[in-house]
Every structure is written in C-alpha cells, then in structure tokens.
Ligand binder design. Structure first.
Ligand SMILES: [Zn+2]
Length: 195
C-alpha cells in the first residue's frame, strides 16, 4: 500500500513493524529514519516554542522599553517592593533589610531572617535566573540563598526557591505555571471565551 511521508511528502510504503526498534511504532508514515528524526526535531522545537509562549502568557513579560538600563531599574524596583512588603512577610521572612534601596551595587536585594537565621534573598521577574555570583556570595558567607520570582503580569503570583546543592540557576517550576493557568481558566464564567 502507498502512503505519503509525513515529513517530506514523498510516496512511501508503510511498514510500521520496520520502525519499532526505537521503542514505539510510528504514528505517522515516514519514508525513512532520517525523515522521522527530522520531523521529531522540528516537532520538539515547535512544542518548546508553544510552551515558552504559554509561560509568558501566564507569567507576564517585561515591556520592551524596560530593557533599557534607565527604565529597567525603576521597573524592577516595583516588584522588589512587592516581594519585600507583601510576599516575603507572607512566607515568614522578617527583619528584611532592603540592600537594593541603599545601592544598586549589591549582589542581592535583601538580607532577612527566616526560621531564626539570617539569609540572603533576591527578587526577580524572570522565570529562570542565572545567579552564580549570588551563589558565590552565599557560600562565602555560609548563608542560605533564596530567589523570589515575582510575576510581572499577575498580581499574587510568585515562587520562592532556595538555590542550593551546587546549582546556579533558579527557576519557576512548570507545574506552577500550569496550575495557575488552570485556576484562571476555572475562574472564567461559563461560556465566555478566554481573552
Ligand atoms: Zn520522507
């Protein structure tokens, strides 16, 4: 029987049994392994791009003009304030010293007390923050380091993460994004179209 290759569109014969060597039979028809691999790679990029778009929709994005150094500082400041005055106290942080207000030369935004110990805390609007210098500082001081991710597009959405175990990246878990999207979907009145 003749089929069309799902990737290149060439006619080919479907023999799914030929292609089980990698674990699963192919759902679509491909003329060869090469076409299948190419399709897989493209599909992977597509799924990844969709997920990034979705994350940005839920989390919010930094307006493009705020990427300029002048605007960026002031813009970031409002989320640091949100973290300092609202989210961190909610999470049990006390005696928060606002280093960021003293100078923009500091590596971290706050020093605070958490569970009876002084700790370092940094606030970011990013979903993923690369923080090797902050980790270096925390290690040298033998203090715990927390990153609080504050959503620029959603009131009340944030994630606190402790960076430890030799890691230098802090990220918002995918599960939180999905969960928040579902919550929001559930809040919509029945029959209304999502904005
Ligand atoms: Zn093909």
């Amino acid at each position: 029987m003749q089929f069309t290759c799902h990737q290149c569109g060439q006619p080919c014969e479907k023999k799914p049994s030929d292609h089980v060597q990698k674990g699963r039979p192919w759902k679509h028809t491909f003329c060869n392994q090469e076409c299948y691999d190419r399709w897989r790679a493209e599909r992977h990029l597509e799924v990844k791009a969709q997920w990034l778009r979705f994350q940005r929709e839920v989390w919010g994005t930094v307006p493009i003009e705020r990427h300029r150094p002048a605007g960026a500082r002031e813009y970031a400041r409002q989320f640091e304030e949100k973290a300092r005055l609202t989210y961190l106290p909610q999470l049990g942080f006390t005696e928060i010293v606002d280093l960021s207000a003293m100078s923009n030369q500091f590596f971290v935004d706050f020093v605070a007390t958490f569970k009876g110990r002084r700790v370092l805390v940094d606030a970011t609007v990013k979903l993923k923050a690369y923080v090797p210098e902050k980790v270096g500082l925390a290690n040298a001081l033998r203090m715990r380091l927390f990153i609080i991710h504050v959503a620029p597009g959603r009131e009340g959405l944030f994630h606190l993460n402790e960076v430890r175990g030799g890691r230098v990246v802090s990220r918002v878990p995918a599960a939180l994004i999905r969960e928040h999207a579902e919550l929001r979907a559930a809040e919509l009145p029945p029959g209304s179209a999502p904005a």
